[in-house]
Design a protein around this ligand. Structure first.
Ligand code: SF4
Length: 391
């Protein structure tokens, strides 16, 4: 029996930091098991701005290696679709698919998968019938050497906000993954690059207990997600003075839309002022911050734009990048009950809707981005990129 384990990496098309390879090291917790059972391969995944172009770049759906069983870790819906196309093209091979698209935010199946494509909704450890062990995490260098990678180190699989029953309305993330992690293992086996500290959202207690204990050297930087709630703000204020190299941290913070009305409607649990204070504290320590804004809302009001102006006038400029991406209504999110639009599916996988906007709403949404640009904020505007929801 020949087995292959495939992990993707790609050059993000709209890189927000220094160019890097995004590495989806889904088999890191079982890397040695995979090597003993078969061959572990990286596969370069070239992302274009539409799914058709993306798939064309994959060399007409050619599978990088033949085997009886191919295990794939899928983090993007377009990758899931690619595996589906492989399963149709290679009926003699069984494809076992895991990763976040299968475990934490699975698409709705419109029709049956081919018999040779199966989902592993459990952890990678289940392939080997063993329990998770935080000391087995490993990462191998990529075939590419010209750019540094950003790779994932597991911190938490659950979102503490979702677990408290207050999930953000646009989100469909749900996972019960409660593995342990071991910072000594990271210290021993990290490779140069950026370590993406994987947690859907660092809680205030994660911020306080983990960040001061990270190994800080010149060879690796860290990337993490947070909300901008009052708890996070206090944790950041208390913790950053204890971090030896705060400039090695890049924070990704979901602003979503800086208006009291929209933040309240989406159960984000943050206020404009807690957002502003969190951002300004992080920025004052020399950390980098990427602020994620959702654009292309179908129901903006003038008072939302007034709040956006209030926000822009108060957030620091230094080390802050504002990234706009289009609203995508995911299946099983609370927003799905409120807004509908054009449905999007890839083969058997239905993933959600793109909202329909009136011309007046189109204009209001563009005005929001102009507010940021006119005040000379650094803006990365991806609001009109097709298929952005796919990666
Ligand atoms: S958007 Fe982030 S913070 Fe909100 S529920 Fe989803 S994972 Fe949690």
């Amino acid at each position: 029996m020949k087995r292959v384990f495939l992990q993707f990496y790609y050059l993000p098309p709209h890189s927000l930091l220094t160019p890097y390879y995004a590495v989806q090291n889904g088999f890191s917790s079982v890397l040695e098991d995979c090597k003993q059972a078969g061959e572990v391969m990286w596969i370069e995944y070239n992302i274009a701005s539409t799914i058709q172009e993306t798939l064309k770049l994959q060399g007409e759906f050619k599978l990088p290696a033949k085997a009886d069983e191919v295990f794939v870790s899928c983090w993007l819906y377009t990758q899931l679709y690619l595996v589906y196309l492989w399963a149709l093209k290679y009926p003699e091979i069984t494809f076992i698919v895991g990763g976040p698209t299968v475990r934490a935010a699975p698409p709705i199946l419109l029709f049956n998968l081919p018999e040779n494509m199966v989902f592993n909704k459990g952890l990678a450890e289940e392939i080997f019938n063993r329990k998770p062990n935080p000391t087995t995490w490993r990462i191998e260098p990529l075939p590419k050497k010209d750019l540094l990678p950003m790779y994932t180190f597991y911190i938490s699989g659950t979102c503490y906000w979702e677990q408290s029953g207050k999930r953000c309305s646009f989100c469909n993330y749900s996972s019960e993954d409660k593995r342990e992690f071991d910072l000594d293992t990271l210290r021993k086996y990290a490779i140069p690059g950026t370590v993406y500290l994987w947690s859907p959202s660092f809680s205030p207690s994660d911020i306080k207990s983990i960040l001061p204990k990270l190994p800080y050297t010149d060879t690796y930087n860290y990337f993490l997600f947070i909300r901008g709630g009052i708890g996070e703000m206090k944790a950041v204020q208390e913790t950053l003075p204890r971090v030896t190299k705060p400039e090695n941290l890049t924070w990704y913070l979901g602003v979503e839309f800086p208006s009291k009305r929209i933040l309240d409607n989406m159960s984000k649990g943050v206020t404009l002022d807690s957002l502003i204070e969190t951002i300004n504290t992080i920025s004052s320590f020399g950390c980098k911050i990427i602020l994620s804004h959702i654009s292309r809302w179908p129901d903006l009001k003038e008072r939302d734009l007034e709040d956006a102006s209030y926000f822009v006038d108060r957030v620091n400029i230094e080390n802050v990048l504002h990234r706009f991406k289009p609203l995508f209504i995911k299946t099983s999110s609370n927003l799905e009950k409120e807004i509908k639009g054009t449905s999007i599916s890839y083969g058997p996988f239905f993933i959600g809707y793109v909202p329909t906007l009136t011309s007046e709403q189109e204009e209001l949404n563009k005005k929001v981005i102009r507010i940021f640009k006119d005040k000379e904020r650094v803006v990365s505007d991806c609001s009109y990129i097709k298929d952005l929801y796919a990666y």
